[in-house]
Design a protein around this ligand. Structure first.
Ligand SMILES: [Zn+2]
Length: 65
């Protein structure tokens, strides 16, 4: 069992493009042509759906502020 990713999703309070939630683009900058890697789980405020996001490395982690 890989344990690298956090189990608790980061809750997002703003509108996020659906392609970013689908892991088809960097969650932070929207890049699609870079190497994307898994960056953890997020949950959109008001929804129970959990999304597995990716980033291109432009930021360390999911929107964790
Ligand atoms: Zn990026």
């Amino acid at each position: 069992m890989p344990e690298a990713l956090p189990l608790t999703p980061t809750v997002i309070h703003e509108c996020v493009s659906i392609v970013r939630l689908h892991g088809e683009a960097c969650f932070h900058c929207g890049a699609v042509s870079k190497t994307l890697r898994e960056a953890g789980l997020v949950k959109v405020c008001g929804s129970s759906r959990v999304w597995r996001i990716v980033t291109c490395g432009c930021r360390g982690r999911a929107a964790a502020e």
